[in-house]
Design a protein around this ligand. Structure first.
Ligand code: SF4
Ligand code: SF4
Length: 88
């Protein structure tokens, strides 16, 4: 189980979630942020701070954003050693 970042993060990327995450398991590219599915401890601390409600438990991911489950996981393929996102 993991939490997922979906479409509303695109263009926002304010990283309130990064500040809230106790295990630094949130990463980024130029488009959005992504939660590492194996590093996430399912604490839910990132959900409320997100100003655009982009973060969902995978069981509660809205159907229209179901692709984001695989997109969050695929982001980490072949990226061992990637540094987590940092709040600026
Ligand atoms: S649920 Fe907790 S561990 Fe997972 S990304 Fe959010 S704050 Fe981090
Ligand atoms: S708090 Fe929400 S909008 Fe901001 S970076 Fe995290 S997921 Fe994206």
């Amino acid at each position: 189980m993991t939490y997922i970042i979906a479409e509303p993060c695109i263009g926002v990327k304010d990283k309130a979630c990064v500040e809230a995450c106790p295990v630094d398991c949130i990463y980024e590219d130029d488009t959005q942020l992504y939660i590492h599915p194996e590093e996430c401890i399912d604490c839910g601390a990132c959900v409320d701070p997100c100003p655009v409600d982009a973060i969902f438990h995978e069981d509660e991911l809205p159907e229209k954003w179901s692709d984001y489950l695989a997109m969050n996981s695929d982001f980490f393929e072949g990226k061992e050693g990637l540094e987590p996102a940092r709040k600026d």
